[in-house]
Design a protein around this ligand. Structure first.
Ligand SMILES: C[S@@+](CC[C@H](N)C(=O)[O-])C[C@H]1O[C@@H](n2cnc3c(N)ncnc32)[C@H](O)[C@@H]1O
Length: 299
């Protein structure tokens, strides 16, 4: 009997604000088959991790600490695991790594970033809003980090990382790429979440550089469903409304000062966005999601 080879789904190594994990089942069917793949705003890379690697994979983000952590996971995963070995998830250590620890090389920088990302509320890494947010019952435990890091390291072996402004990346690409583009939201206060700020001018700049290069590649961009965005992207082929459910606050809800210990449960929300493409979104057959294996906690 021949066994069907199951390709393993390895989720993002990170918790990431604004990540598209909960929308992946809606996004993957809208992606055309491709050999060259690029994400100019990779963040936690939920869509990259949900599908098979292409022949060429370029992942970019302007946040240099994030990109360094990806590179260390790809190239030095065992050294990173050694540095993390035996360090428990604790509020005191979270405070120490956030405020007092000074890393002396890129590996130590990655270890600090990874530790804080896994133990912070919603994975928010911007210093001013980076709070303790680990819950024994809901978060991935430190003893499970090595296995997860090793699987993601394998997935990253064929990836080229860039740490540039999106415009440079889009201009730099040659013909034939598929781009999954997930910029910071248009309407929300993104400065709370990300280390690099993104303003109105940047949203217009993105629109212009995509229009200028649209003949070079196919792209899908996800945005909040607001009239200004629909107007800005009128020149595209498809603009499709989408909504999905997602859950947050598996750990303490800092904003409303509610704690799981007080019996507070996770909240369910609805994501309402538009998927905008420069190809007919109804004519693509989509890409397959990778098979789920035993799921470790994502949070
Ligand atoms: C909405 S998040 C991407 C989330 C990602 N799709 C996921 O599933 O986790 C947007 C990302 O854009 C990055 N960013 C902000 N300004 C940028 C710029 N000018 N060029 C490239 N990346 C930028 C942020 O650091 C952040 O990681």
């Amino acid at each position: 009997m021949t066994k069907k080879k199951v390709r393993k789904l390895s989720n993002s190594p990170f918790r990431y604000p604004g990540g598209k994990f909960y929308a992946r089942k809606l996004i993957l069917p809208c992606i055309p088959k491709h050999h060259k793949y690029c994400e100019p705003f990779v963040g936690g890379g939920s869509i990259f991790f949900a599908k098979s690697n292409a022949k060429v994979n370029i992942l970019n983000d302007k946040d240099s600490e994030l990109v360094n952590t990806y590179i260390q996971i790809r190239d030095h995963v065992e050294d990173l695991i050694k540095l993390l070995d035996g360090i428990p998830a604790s509020k005191e250590l979270h405070r120490y790594y956030k405020l007092d620890y000074s890393p002396s090389n890129d590996l130590e920088k990655a270890m600090r970033w990874f530790y804080l990302n896994r133990t912070s509320y919603s994975g928010i890494m911007k210093q001013a809003n980076c709070y303790w947010g680990y819950g024994e019952k809901y978060s991935m435990r430190p003893e499970n980090w090595p296995k997860h890091l090793r699987t993601t390291s394998e997935r990253l072996k064929s990836v080229q990382f860039l740490c540039l402004d999106f415009e440079e990346v889009i201009e730099y690409l040659d013909q034939g790429f598929f781009l999954f583009i997930d910029p910071p939201y248009f309407g929300a206060d993104q400065d709370k979440f990300y280390s690099c700020s993104f303003n109105l001018e940047d949203h217009y700049r993105l629109n212009k550089v995509l229009e200028k290069n649209a003949a070079k590649f196919k792209f899908l961009i996800t945005y909040d469903n607001v009239p200004q965005i629909r107007e800005m992207y009128q020149w595209c082929t498809s603009i499709q409304d989408n909504q999905w459910n997602y859950t947050i606050s598996r750990t303490d809800d800092q904003k409303n000062n509610r704690k799981l210990a007080d019996g507070y449960k996770s909240n369910r929300y609805k994501g309402k966005e538009v998927f905008i493409t420069n190809y007919d979104i109804n004519e693509v057959s989509g890409v397959e999601p990778l098979a789920f294996t035993k799921q470790l906690s994502l949070f």
